[in-house]
Design a protein around this ligand. Structure first.
Ligand SMILES: [Zn+2]
Length: 319
């Protein structure tokens, strides 16, 4: 809430500065704005007089408040545009027009607040760093050839559709392939596009996710901490579990994975899993029930090819 107050202060300050600039260039505008309150008082007085019985109760000939306000506002816009300012130059602006930087719409938390909360809670700086230039249009096809390229294109199309239809179609993605074939990059591109749409996105490497769950369950954390964490995990708009299979897998991990997948499915919140594990390996590692959930409710994209990171390094050396 302190952050929001700061944001509103910043916008008010910026508006004041814009007003000073506009007044400096357009003295008439300043007069107009300073007169507005007294004009309104004048009108009110006239209308009250006009409406009094002695005057016959007629207010004919006196423009209404609304008309006068509209006239003033038209003149104001005119002055601004004639002097090279945009027509909305003296309007208040907001980082989030939905809640006007208050964090709430009525009693409901605005999506910008939910996003802020998750970012603060889970230190998603990792994701922000990864996502800095993550855009589907920046992805290069030059690392793939032949069948690898076909697979990559299919996976990219699938991810783009996942983003485009996010609000309409409930989908999950299982991106699998060997190291360095672009799985993480695709999921980060999807994450970034959805964050820009105001969705709450949580991104975890499998190792850090299960570490955190174990810590909340067995460690020093309170029961509340576990409940809060799983609440976010099960309810954020998009959850990405990266590199599934690189963690130390045990019965606890397998059962947590199952809960996570099935809770999110129940709540109709999409999940993206990226992994080196083939479906068969995944089944062997996490149990049949995880396998059957994923194969029945996830779109599966296979990626193949040479390790992009190695190729990049080689190209860098040649350059
Ligand atoms: Zn908001």
């Amino acid at each position: 809430m302190i952050e929001y107050a700061g944001i509103r202060d910043r916008h008010r300050h910026e508006l004041d500065q814009r007003r000073m600039r506009a007044y400096a260039r357009i003295p008439e505008l300043q007069e107009l704005e300073q007169q507005t309150p007294s004009l309104a008082m004048d009108l009110l007085r006239k209308r009250l007089l006009a409406a009094s019985p002695q005057e016959g109760g007629s207010d004919a000939g006196h423009p209404s408040f609304r008309e006068t306000a509209a006239q003033i506002s038209r003149r104001r816009t005119q002055l601004l545009t004639q002097n090279g300012f945009p027509p909305d130059y003296l309007e208040m602006t907001w980082d989030c027009p939905d809640c006007r930087d208050t964090g709430y719409i009525g009693h409901e938390k605005c999506r910008c607040l939910r996003r802020r909360e998750t970012a603060v809670l889970y230190d998603q700086s990792n994701l922000e760093m990864l996502a800095a230039d993550a855009d589907f249009s920046n992805l290069s096809e030059s690392y793939y050839t032949g069948e690898d390229l076909e697979r990559f294109r299919h996976a990219r199309r699938t991810c783009e559709r996942f983003v485009d239809e996010f609000d309409r179609v409930f989908r999950n993605l299982y991106l699998y392939g060997t190291v360095g074939t672009g799985k993480t990059m695709l999921s980060v591109c999807a994450a970034r596009a959805l964050i820009e749409k105001g969705k709450s996105v949580l991104y975890f490497s499998a190792a850090s996710l299960f570490d955190r769950l174990a810590d909340c369950t067995f460690g020093s954390g309170t029961r509340d901490a576990l409940r809060d964490f799983t609440g976010d995990l099960y309810n954020c708009d998009l959850l990405i579990i990266d590199d599934l299979g690189t963690e130390f897998t045990n019965a606890f991990v397998a059962s947590q994975l199952f809960s996570c997948i099935s809770e999110r499915e129940l709540n109709r919140h999409p999940t993206i899993i990226s992994t080196n594990l083939s479906l068969k390996e995944m089944q062997a590692r996490y149990s049949d029930r995880v396998f059957s959930r994923i194969t029945s409710t996830y779109e599966i994209c296979k990626l193949t090819g040479k390790d992009i990171r190695l190729q990049r390094r080689r190209r860098g050396r040649r350059a």
